[in-house]
Design a protein around this ligand. Structure first.
Ligand code: HEM
Length: 383
């Protein structure tokens, strides 16, 4: 069928009104974002409803997404829209609906940049699995490693690191009267604790008083990177997981040799080789998270494969270290700022140490005698 106008007229019309046509497309794009799924009814900043670049801007400028998020809630209330497809809830009552068992909600692509690459393909661990079914299947296979009983039984793996840390703190900082960067020093401590829980051995950060293989600095960089790209996960496909990077890994031209991955692979290979001296024992019991995961892997070989165990081990080292370090650093900071709370806590701990079993450092098992409820300052009541 012939067009009512000639091709030439159509092209000249388009080129004459190119700016107008582009403007209409841009307007349609932003209008679609603004009215997306009726979310325009949810209060929030106007620019935030139009584009994810709004959040990226705030993260880059302020480096703290949560600070901006808190500000939004103060201004707009419990429910705030601050992305075309993003609504934030600050009321704890929403927790059950969002995270409760059986909820139809899945994790958003926000988590994708956290996924590690393996041979050119992104590979998920528990934290980064988006779909509910695979997540709950995997979770079932590893849940026993994180049960209360398991965690308390792993405590003997924490104690030697605490003892080493105290020795080193006294030697390096106290005796020399040297100022301590608690944030950095706690990062090394927490990383050694988590790797000891995981593999019964550490990278030796506390021992060497050094960020071994630059792992902690890399984590620092990674969290800065993640905080930006997670606002718009597609960006990760052009940066960390760009096609060139993927091709190089897939073709074997580049092998990622990140220290924590190599460390995990070595530990797993040692366990598989079954050299009994390499299997950690504790009163004749085999124990640490890796041992437990490998045991569980025998029961669930389809889910907890060797590759998944490696990925999970590396992700736990990261999932458990930075936040633990930050938490302890914050506790130290607030105790130093509140001498009254500090005094109360010390009296309580001294009393527990004097009247409980003579363990050093004081263990949860020892404190159980006192029951946590009798140590209100140790469980961080308001100062
Ligand atoms: C103060 C310390 C910690 C804090 C504040 C913390 C906080 C969290 C939060 C908020 C999540 C949920 C993340 C999400 O789905 O968006 C999470 C998940 C997780 N954490 Fe922790 N965590 C801490 C310590 C640890 C430690 C010590 C380990 C391991 C030894 C660990 C292992 C994990 C794992 C494996 C997940 C993924 C669970 C899942 O997706 O089902 N965390 N953590």
């Amino acid at each position: 069928m012939a067009l009512p106008i000639s091709k030439e007229t159509l092209f000249s019309l388009i080129s004459e009104h190119l700016a107008l046509i582009a403007g209409i497309f841009v307007l349609a794009f932003f209008a679609n974002n603004y009215f997306y799924k009726g979310l325009h009814k949810v209060p929030g900043p106007f620019l935030g409803a139009l584009t994810n670049w709004y959040r990226i801007y705030y993260v880059i400028v302020g480096r703290r997404q949560d600070a901006n998020q808190n500000r939004m809630h103060e201004k707009y209330g419990d429910v705030v829209r601050y992305g075309p497809n993003l609504v934030s809830f600050s009321n704890p009552n929403a927790l059950k609906d969002i995270y409760g068992i059986g909820t139809p909600l899945t994790k958003s692509p926000y988590y994708l940049p956290f996924q590690a690459m393996s041979k050119g393909r992104a590979f998920a661990a528990l934290f980064t699995l988006l779909e509910n079914k695979p997540h709950s299947d995997l979770r079932r296979t590893v849940a026993s490693c994180f049960s209360g009983t398991s965690i308390v039984s792993l405590e003997p793996l924490v104690n030697p690191v605490i003892e080493r840390w105290i020795e080193q703190t006294k030697r390096i900082y106290v005796k020399e009267n040297k100022i301590c960067n608690v944030t950095w020093w706690m990062q090394l401590f927490a990383f050694d604790v988590v790797t000891n829980l995981m593999y019964s051995t550490t990278h030796g950060m506390v021992e060497k008083h050094e960020d071994v293989d630059g792992i902690v600095s890399w984590l620092d960089w990674m969290f800065d990177y993640i905080s930006v790209v997670c606002q718009m996960p597609i960006l990760d496909q052009f940066i960390n997981k760009n096609p060139i990077q993927r091709f190089l890994e897939l073709s074997g031209l580049r092998t990622p040799t990140f220290a924590t991955v190599a460390f995990a692979k070595k530990r797993i290979a040692e366990r598989i080789s079954k050299d009994p001296s390499l299997i950690p024992t504790q009163d004749g019991m085999r124990s640490d998270i890796l041992t437990q995961m490998m045991e569980n892997g025998k029961k669930h070989p389809q889910i907890l494969t060797e590759k998944m165990i490696t990925s999970q081990s590396v992700s736990i080292a990261f999932a458990g270290s930075d936040n633990t370090a930050v938490t302890i650093t914050a506790i130290i900071y607030f105790l130093l700022k509140n001498p009254r709370a500090y005094q109360k806590l010390m009296v309580e701990l001294d009393d527990a140490a004097a009247n409980g079993p003579k363990n050093s450092p004081i263990s949860t098992l020892a404190l159980k005698k006192h029951s946590v409820s009798t140590l209100p300052w140790a469980v961080f009541s308001n100062a």
